[in-house]
Write a protein that binds this ligand. Sequence first.
Ligand SMILES: *[C@@H]1O[C@H](CO)[C@@H](O)[C@H](O)[C@H]1NC(C)=O
Ligand SMILES: *[C@@H]1O[C@H](CO)[C@@H](O)[C@H](O)[C@H]1NC(C)=O
Ligand SMILES: *[C@@H]1O[C@H](CO)[C@@H](O)[C@H](O)[C@H]1NC(C)=O
Ligand SMILES: *[C@@H]1O[C@H](CO)[C@@H](O)[C@H](O)[C@H]1NC(C)=O
Ligand SMILES: *[C@@H]1O[C@H](CO)[C@@H](O)[C@H](O)[C@H]1NC(C)=O
Ligand SMILES: *[C@@H]1O[C@H](CO)[C@@H](O)[C@H](O)[C@H]1NC(C)=O
Ligand SMILES: *[C@@H]1O[C@H](CO)[C@@H](O)[C@H](O)[C@H]1NC(C)=O
Ligand SMILES: *[C@@H]1O[C@H](CO)[C@@H](O)[C@H](O)[C@H]1NC(C)=O
Ligand SMILES: *[C@@H]1O[C@H](CO)[C@@H](O)[C@H](O)[C@H]1NC(C)=O
Ligand SMILES: *[C@@H]1O[C@H](CO)[C@@H](O)[C@H](O)[C@H]1NC(C)=O
Ligand SMILES: *[C@@H]1O[C@H](CO)[C@@H](O)[C@H](O)[C@H]1NC(C)=O
Length: 415
Amino acid sequence: MVAAAWFLFVGGLAVAFSAEALSFNNSASGALLSFKNSIFGDPSNLLSSWNLTTSPDNCTWYGVTCQKSSNTTRGVVVIALNLTGTSTARLSGTLPESIQNLPYLRTLVLSHNSFSGEIPAGSIAKLSFLEVLELQGNNFSGKIPQQISTDLHYLRFLNLSFNSFTGDIPATLIGFGKLRVIDLSNNRLTGEMQLVSSSKCLFLRHLKLSNNLLENNIPKDIGHCKNLRTLLLDGNILQGPIPAEIGQILELRVLDVSTNSLTQTIPKELGYCKKLSVLVLTNSNNFVGNNGGAGGSLDGFRLEFNAFEGGVPQEVAMLPSLQILWAPRANLDGRLPGNWSDSCSLRVLHLGQNSLRGVVPKGLVMCKNLTFLDLSSNFLTGDLPMQLQIPCMMYFNVSQNNISGPVPTFWKGQL
Ligand SMILES: *[C@@H]1O[C@H](CO)[C@@H](O)[C@H](O)[C@H]1NC(C)=O
Ligand SMILES: *[C@@H]1O[C@H](CO)[C@@H](O)[C@H](O)[C@H]1NC(C)=O
Ligand SMILES: *[C@@H]1O[C@H](CO)[C@@H](O)[C@H](O)[C@H]1NC(C)=O
Ligand SMILES: *[C@@H]1O[C@H](CO)[C@@H](O)[C@H](O)[C@H]1NC(C)=O
Ligand SMILES: *[C@@H]1O[C@H](CO)[C@@H](O)[C@H](O)[C@H]1NC(C)=O
Ligand SMILES: *[C@@H]1O[C@H](CO)[C@@H](O)[C@H](O)[C@H]1NC(C)=O
Ligand SMILES: *[C@@H]1O[C@H](CO)[C@@H](O)[C@H](O)[C@H]1NC(C)=O
Ligand SMILES: *[C@@H]1O[C@H](CO)[C@@H](O)[C@H](O)[C@H]1NC(C)=O
Ligand SMILES: *[C@@H]1O[C@H](CO)[C@@H](O)[C@H](O)[C@H]1NC(C)=O
Ligand SMILES: *[C@@H]1O[C@H](CO)[C@@H](O)[C@H](O)[C@H]1NC(C)=O
Ligand SMILES: *[C@@H]1O[C@H](CO)[C@@H](O)[C@H](O)[C@H]1NC(C)=O
């Protein structure tokens, strides 16, 4: 009887103790201290304030931001964890599952440290209020959790660039929810760049997938993303055409598809993108090395294969906001467009090392702000338009053509 009572008493204590331990682990402090436990390198002692003995209020801990919840039963909650590293203060560690015990996080920033390992998918999925996730510049690996694009309905900013992520881009990510910015560049992502055809993709403004190993076609459905401003797909192994549907993205400012394996004609529908300012179709170096970063896309060198058919569409030359048109060694042929926009904004025009024929069009003199003109190594003929005397020309190369007559003098007095 006594023994049994003693047993009950001790048993009760044990239960009480573990319940307390459990509730502590589930608390913000417990989650943060567990996070600290998964840090194995902190050379600048950034996390020394994370100590309940010396700093009982976890809201004062380095990198932690709290806010009083509008739901009074929740009290004060941790809404942001920002541990951006610097060149002198880099944390090494992993992202533990206990991150799920900070369920009211809106911002999680671990950029520019030396975190490694995988993102704990099930735990990230529980951060249902997350708006900003920045893990760029680490050495995270494994797949990008698909839950990011199913469970995180408030996510608007995602930067996972410069890591070692592999596998496919989650099928529903591009165009998901409220995502405005997606930067997955400089990883080792493979497979197709997908877009769910039902996706309205109304929020996406910035999509950067550069320097991965993405293959197959650029999806036509990208045309749904009507609010895209920047679309950077350079440095992959994408094939097929630049889809004409890109012409539906009327907000587009910057398009870079260089260093892929694209073919076919440059779509004249680009002419609908009246705000287009930068169009990069190829890059001049035949060999592009590994571009560094924690991940980098390829360990060796690769050939650039973008080889288009036909020439520069007249519609592109008429784009009123175009400042940079960069398409060296792009396999372009035909004549240069004769008419250039009356309000030509062009500053940089590189069409060198193509197979363009005919004359240098007089229409180019509309482009008063041109400072870089490379038409070298084509089959251009005739005289240069003498009206092309542009005050601030800094680079002018029309060599290796069959151009005759005098060269306009450029006034470089102000350089
Ligand atoms: C609480 O967390 C610590 C450290 O992460 C762990 O060792 C311990 O087992 C956890 N306790 C419970 C009851 O989950
Ligand atoms: C917390 O601070 C106290 C007092 O400086 C120290 O003795 C203790 O080791 C610290 N705890 C941790 C986990 O760093
Ligand atoms: C307030 O927070 C508690 C605990 O998280 C939750 O159970 C409850 O549903 C919340 N109430 C409202 C109105 O959101
Ligand atoms: C940690 O901070 C949160 C938010 O202020 C608070 O609710 C919690 O009680 C704190 N936990 C501890 C153990 O201090
Ligand atoms: C995170 O902190 C860094 C440096 O303190 C700051 O520059 C950056 O804006 C912060 N990021 C967010 C999303 O709050
Ligand atoms: C990054 O992680 C991978 C394994 O996931 C490892 O092979 C590689 O050496 C790591 N790179 C760096 C710079 O730590
Ligand atoms: C993502 O992070 C990288 C590395 O810091 C940075 O260069 C890039 O501009 C960021 N992307 C966006 C869209 O802010
Ligand atoms: C170029 O402009 C001239 C004069 O405005 C016009 O007659 C001609 O049709 C235009 N050519 C093209 C290809 O748009
Ligand atoms: C030319 O450049 C000047 C100075 O940057 C700018 O104010 C002007 O709008 C530009 N003109 C065109 C047609 O883009
Ligand atoms: C001009 O272009 C040709 C052919 O593309 C190239 O070989 C030459 O180096 C260029 N000249 C200058 C000064 O850059
Ligand atoms: C270059 O132009 C001249 C006269 O315009 C012509 O006689 C010659 O055949 C052309 N050469 C080539 C290689 O096209």
